[in-house]
Design a protein around this ligand. Structure first.
Ligand code: BGC
Length: 826
């Protein structure tokens, strides 16, 4: 429901300065005995904590979250009937600075929306025959209390001695407080604009240690977004300081480099009247460790909990693998999503950003829809995107937009305007999603079309390119090795096609033709500019190949060659990561979809830095901004872009769901899907489960005694195409709703580590130290005096068994048998 665009809030009489105390608002009211129902609708410019008769109302935290406050401010309505009683009552609210007033971005700019925290509420008292309304107006008084200062990046300073006892109850003497000042705000108030941000689990410390410099450090075992709740007994006036960080230095001290300028420090001053439990309310931190100073006596495990905080969303997806490293990688993706869905989808939750960067969300969209029901958070975010796009004529790089610089159309970032609604439509099958976003989708492509050159290539202007390509200079993360206009034009074909498909779904035939033609024009321009007739891509790189393969920019023959070339390229970098935001989500898909699943697995399972699994081997519990954010020696990579909690590159989980677990949606809303796991990476079991809009879909496989067992669940209303992996008859079967199982013998020898055989290329044999030592010994015996090791390096692609061809015929079988036994005995 939307109400009047002009709303009156109330505030203190002066703008808030940095480090100012949070305003406390209160007012008393009377309730008659025949009350039937009392409801409170509340919001703020800032972060609001509402109270009725001293009791905290609801369990929402960080309310009202972050929207484009100049246009939309979310409200929440609570039933407070149980909190009021006949006679004198009181309502109160504390409002912290939050996103509306406090510092945002690395420039720490304040007052991005309002110059002071402000409150808006309506209390409705319903009787059998009448209703009374109490609204935020000058009848409220405003004072201050224990919240001495608060900032999302800075942290909260709370002095319990300064909390006026009973301030939110009837009978409190507020004669020293000031009348509230009206503040007129032009924006729509929207009920339930986005799901509430709430507390989830509370993590128990896994260790409390003393650092070499004598500081007390608590390890919660997991990087999360939220805060520390403490319970303490001590003398009045004692200051406890909590500093938060994602990492410790190799020496064991708090490493705050990844926070950049965010102080992330909470301060609590004891009241001193027995056990006190406290947690901050007007800040949140991205952290795993907390350094605690000033604790009275010995800090015990039960004195602290890390409270996990993020938007309320239903869990929808699960993945497991017999390889603990892959399971942990997936768990890390999940935690990075949880840590970055705090109101809006953010890049990271710890440093002086925490912004709704569009490119990050775009890269992560398919993974996010698998893991959680994101309609609430992303539906609200897309509305803000459309409003701000309409206002400025371009999709902002961050939504809501508070960037110090203005945005311009940029591939992967701005085109979230098209790809995200399209992705949400695919997942949920709801046409309404497309209807709502359609004007924004069209506006984006209409903005880009005039930027194309005469041939249709997007070849000028700023681009993020393959952002954070590990080979880009630290000073220029956009300066990766893949031509940025290759990236821009490839993505433009994809998004224009998505728009044409959306037009089709919505029955807009003219638009469909127009955007199909535009996509074709850009595709032609791309091919003229970047693709040789044989399928080699100018600006050769893994991203350079992954994009045209995945966006269908090549003909069949070119595609095959491009796949082969991509496999060579990832092999040449020894399966370490050489792609950034644009290429990483696609590179494994591009390999497997061109028949190079083994290379995809090698890429996925490499542990050498930088690689998908390297952070896992370093103890990561979330996805890092760079795969080498922390160097092998435990030091932070000194590039200034080293968040340890960035979901963007966690987009690789999409491949894990589709190709390892094997669940792939093939029509909107999961009416049809395929189950086609691809075995590899030494795994002996894996599963993917997804709560589709129709119900649970599941694919679970395991290898038992040389046989493959595949169990599949298809929800009511859906049908699935099953391709059991390595099936002796190459089975492909359509199944309807229900539970289905297959069991069949795998090819002999499957499951043997690496499956080295006489068909294996020499270079693969060389990778296995034991096998290679055995093979070398055999070869030296059969080819005395030949420099075998040198030959190994230039014969890398030759199958091991081929070496026997060099022998006189009568010895060939001997050599083959000796090589086979060298492989078998390793
Ligand atoms: C963010 C990124 C974002 C990028 C674009 C960074 O500071 O953390 O994830 O997409 O800026 O400039």
């Amino acid at each position: 429901m939307m109400t009047n665009h002009t709303t009156t809030f109330i505030s203190a009489s002066a703008p808030s300065g940095e480090g100012d105390p949070a305003p406390y608002f209160r007012r008393e009211f009377r309730v008659d005995p025949d009350l039937r129902e009392a409801t409170l609708t509340v919001t703020a410019l800032g972060i609001v904590e509402p109270y009725v008769n001293g009791a905290r109302v609801g369990d929402e935290v960080l309310a009202p979250g972050w929207t484009s406050y100049r246009h939309r401010v979310g409200t929440r309505t609570h039933d407070v009937t149980e909190l009021v009683a006949a006679g004198g009552n009181a309502i109160g609210a504390i409002v912290g600075e939050g996103w509306a007033v406090g510092a945002l971005t690395w420039e720490n700019n304040r007052h991005n929306y309002a110059d002071r925290p402000a409150l808006h509420l309506t209390l409705t008292l319903r009787y059998d025959d009448r209703a009374e309304t109490i609204s935020s107006d000058e009848s409220f008084t405003v004072g201050t209390g224990a919240v001495l200062s608060s900032g999302l990046y800075a942290g909260e300073h709370y002095d319990a001695r300064a909390e006026p006892s009973g301030w939110a109850e009837a009978g409190f003497d507020d004669s020293a407080w000031q009348p509230a000042t009206p503040l007129v705000w032009n924006a729509e108030l929207i009920d339930d604009a986005a799901p509430p941000i709430v507390r989830h689990e509370a993590l128990v410390p896994v260790a409390i240690t003393t650092s070499p410099s004598g500081r007390t450090i608590v390890d919660f075992g997991q990087i999360l977004s939220g805060w520390v709740r403490l319970t303490v007994t001590g003398e009045t006036g004692r200051l406890i300081t909590l500093r938060h960080a994602e990492l410790l230095t190799p020496e064991g001290e708090l490493e705050t480099e990844t926070l950049r300028s965010a102080a992330a420090t909470d301060r609590y001053v004891l009241r001193g009247e027995g056990a006190e439990t406290w947690e901050p309310r007007f800040t949140f931190h991205g952290f795993r460790y907390a350094e605690i100073e000033g604790w009275p006596g010995t800090l015990e495990i039960d004195d602290l909990r890390a409270v996990v905080v993020h938007s309320e969303m239903e869990r929808r997806g699960w993945f497991e693998s017999s390889d603990p490293l892959l399971s942990r990688l997936h768990e890390n993706v999940l935690w990075s999503m949880r840590g970055n869905f705090v109101g809006v989808p953010t890049d990271c939750p710890q440093r002086d950003e925490r912004l709704g960067w569009t490119g990050d969300m775009n890269a992560f969209a398919p993974t996010s829809t698998f893991l959680y029901d994101v309609r609430g958070v992303l539906g609200s975010w897309l509305q803000d995107l459309a409003i701000e796009q309409h206002e400025t004529g371009t999709v902002p790089w961050t939504v809501p937009d508070v960037l110090p610089t203005s945005s311009s159309a940029a591939a992967l970032w701005s085109d979230v305007a098209v790809s995200l609604p399209w992705q949400l439509y695919q997942e949920y099958g709801e046409i309404g999603i497309l209807e709502r976003s359609y004007p924004s989708m069209v506006a984006y492509i209409d903005e880009v079309e005039p930027l194309l050159d005469d041939d249709g290539l997007w070849g000028s202007g700023f681009q993020f390119g393959d952002w954070l390509d590990p080979d880009a200079p630290a000073s220029n993360p956009a300066g990766g090795k893949t031509d940025r206009y290759l990236v821009a034009s490839a993505y433009l074909v994809k998004t224009t096609r998505e728009l044409a498909s959306a037009a089709h779904v919505l029955g807009r035939a003219d638009d469909e033709v127009r955007f199909t033609e535009l996509a074709q024009r850009v595709r032609d321009a791309f091919r003229n500019e970047f693709v040789t007739s044989n399928g080699r891509i100018i600006s050769e790189s893994a991203t350079g190949y992954a994009l045209p393969i995945m966006f269908d920019l090549l003909d069949d023959r070119q595609r095959e060659l491009a796949g082969r070339r991509l496999a060579e390229i990832v092999e040449a970098s020894d399966y370490t990561i050489a792609t950034g935001f644009a290429g990483t989500p696609l590179v494994t898909h591009a390999l497997s979809s061109t028949g190079h699943t083994e290379a995809a697995y090698r890429l996925l399972t490499q542990t050498k830095s930088p690689s998908f699994l390297y952070p896992v081997t370093m103890g990561a519990t979330t996805i890092w901004e760079r795969w080498d954010s922390v160097l092998p020696d435990g030091r932070v990579n000194a590039t200034g872009m080293t968040s340890l909690n960035h979901y963007a590159l966690g987009a690789v989980a999409d491949w894990m769901h589709q190709n390892i677990g094997g669940l792939r949606r093939t029509s909107p809303g999961w009416k049809t899907f395929t189950v086609a796991p691809e075995l590899g990476g030494g795994q002996t079991a894996a599963s993917a489960r997804h709560l589709t809009p129709l119900g649970l879909a599941e694919s679970r496989w395991q290898v038992i005694d040389g046989a493959l067992v595949l169990d599949v669940i298809v929800p009511d209303g859906a049908s699935a195409t099953i391709r059991p992996p390595l099936h002796p008859d190459g089975l492909e079967q359509e199944v309807a709703a229900g539970s289905h199982s297959w069991r069949y013998d795998l090819p002999l020898g499957f499951g043997k580590e690496d499956q080295l055989s006489l068909q294996s290329p020499l270079k693969d044999v060389q990778r296995d130290e034991t096998a290679w030592a055995g093979v070398l010994a055999v070869l030296r015996r059969f080819f005395p005096g030949v420099p075998i090791e040198a030959a190994g390096s230039h014969l890398g692609g030759v199958p091991l068994g081929m070496l026997a061809e060099r022998m006189p015929e009568e010895h060939r079988e001997h050599l083959r048998a000796a090589l086979q036994s060298a492989l078998d005995t390793r």
